[in-house]
Design a protein around this ligand. Structure first.
Ligand code: ADP
Ligand code: MG
Length: 487
């Protein structure tokens, strides 16, 4: 080897090893000693496999005889230190007779690169982990969005729908798949043209009425708008949350209606009391007979006021959320005797007969006694009030084993109820027009009855035809309440 070549050979940052045909080291350069941390003596005649930890070719001669033109390129580990690595290429040597005479191994240290590779692997693993995390978070996000009861609408900058949840379908009555990608004004025009959107009232809500396409009904929806800056911050999306408040609004309207009805009902008798009192005071010349007539009106009107206030109090007590049952066990027979006594005067006045049929051995009721009393009183009272003279009112009861319920039936031979009115008689303040002026009442009696039945988890039904009398059938489950109260 010429000198300058030897110089280069020793000073280049590549380890060279010359192997004999049996893979043993016969020549090497200086850098190889440093690299493998072996003395000249130790390096010579060592087999190549003793230097590298995972060189996959066991016998180079065999390999090169099969693959004459191949150069082996490998990146094995080094036995001296597992954290190091080498990039090697092995070139076969053939003599003039084409016989295999050994090989040259050139070997570069790639330990620092190995670290980079490892870091790369780590970064890649980190990336995969993070992606999985993001996917999981996204899934969780969708799961939450999917499962909240409010409808959710995600809009892009131009108000195109880019995400919806299934709760929205209940509100708008359109398949959510159909909504995706459409412009807000197509299916939600009431929202699109609302103040909320037009004036971009972010972080605020507005009550908007929309049409449910499936039910063909109007729904009151509280729409909340919030901005959503996309991750890169370059454009802004909008999130709308839709809460169906139709029911709440109905209840609210009903309350308002009720208050206005009550005021109206109270004002009528008050106005009449006031009017006749003023007349009595101002017109001293009135005859005794006229005075009596006016006083009677005042008396009747104050009775009506008292009834109204009493009924209103009963109703609000029963319907209040803090209502508590006073549960006791009591016999029906004694309760009906009490009831009959209370009605005696009225019955006599109209020459009516109240027949009561209670089978012997009927079990006692476990319920709120005052309430059941009021329930039967109101029903029997209606029957007495509305029926012609000299007829029979029939009260009967049975205990039905099948569903452990008491069935009360109150049957009269009165005017009956038209089909049209039958649905309305349980409404607050509803009274059938013809009887309004003749028969005293508040229109609250049956509302109270209905509330009591509902509180006892029972049912009430009416069978009646105009002119054919009426039958009210009430079912009250036995002891149902007491069980619930205890738990
Ligand atoms: N047994 C009945 N037969 C015919 N109509 C009835 C009967 N019970 C109730 N109604 C009708 O239902 C209306 C509402 O009854 P209710 O709520 O008890 O109010 P009120 O008795 O104060 O009028 C009555 O005005 C009457 O027209
Ligand atoms: Mg009544």
């Amino acid at each position: 080897m010429n000198l300058s070549l030897k110089f280069l050979f020793d000073n280049i940052d590549v380890s060279f090893l010359v192997l004999d045909p049996y893979d043993r080291i016969i020549k090497f350069n200086q850098i190889a000693q440093k690299y493998f941390l072996l003395s000249k003596k130790d390096l010579r005649h060592k087999k190549i496999h003793e230097l590298f930890s995972n060189l996959d070719i066991e016998n180079l001669k065999d390999f090169f005889l099969k693959n004459r033109l191949k150069i082996v390129k490998r990146t094995p580990g080094l036995r001296r230190n597992e954290k190091t690595g080498a990039s090697i290429s092995i070139v076969p040597l053939f003599d003039e007779k084409n016989a295999y005479s050994g090989s040259i191994v050139s070997c570069t240290d790639i330990s620092d690169k190995l670290e980079l590779i490892n870091q790369g692997t780590k970064a890649r693993e980190e990336f995969i982990k993070r992606t999985a995390q993001i996917a999981e978070e996204r899934d969780k996000f969708y799961l939450v969005i999917e499962n909240i009861s409010d409808g959710v609408l995600l809009l892009d900058y131009d108000y195109n729908i880019i995400l919806v949840n299934s709760s929205l379908e209940k509100i708008i009555g359109i398949d959510t798949k159909k909504l995706m990608g459409t412009h807000l004004k197509i299916y939600f025009k009431e929202i699109y043209y609302s103040e909320l959107i037009r004036k971009k009232y972010y972080f605020q809500s507005e009550i908007i009425e929309i049409t449910n396409q499936k039910e063909k009904s109007r729904k009151a929806v509280s729409v909340y708008m919030a901005p959503l800056i996309t991750q890169r911050g370059e454009s802004m999306n909008t999130v709308l949350t839709l809460r169906d408040i139709t029911r709440e609004k109905q209840i609210d309207d009903m309350k308002t209606q009720f208050v206005s009805n009550v005021s109206h009902e109270l004002r009528t008798p008050l106005a009449s009391i006031k009017g006749f009192t003023v007349t009595l005071l101002a017109r001293k010349e009135l005859s005794e007979q006229q005075k009596n007539k006016f006083l009677t009106i005042i008396n009747n009107e104050s009775d009506r006021l008292t009834r109204l206030v009493e009924d209103l109090l009963s109703l609000s007590r029963i319907e209040s959320s803090s209502f508590r049952f006073q549960i006791s066990e009591f016999s029906l027979v004694s309760m009906l005797e009490e009831l009959k006594q209370e009605m005696e005067k009225l019955l006599m006045k109209k020459k009516l007969r109240l027949d009561i049929i209670i089978p012997a051995g009927i079990p006692p009721l476990i319920a709120d006694r005052d309430m059941i009393f009021q329930l039967l009183l109101n029903l029997i009272n209606n029957a007495i009030k509305l029926t012609k003279e000299s007829t029979v009112i029939l009260f009967s009861t049975i205990f039905r084993k099948k569903d452990k319920s008491f069935i009360f039936t109150i049957k009269d031979q009165g005017p009956g109820i038209s089909r049209e009115n039958i649905e309305k008689i349980f409404d607050k303040f509803f009274r059938v027009e013809d009887s309004v002026h003749i028969i005293p009442g508040t229109g609250l009696g049956l509302s109270i009855v209905k509330s009591i039945v509902e509180k006892h988890r029972g049912e009430i039904n009416v069978r009646s035809r105009l002119g054919k009398g009426a039958t009210f059938i009430v079912r009250i489950p036995q002891g149902r309440i007491s069980e619930e109260e205890e738990t």
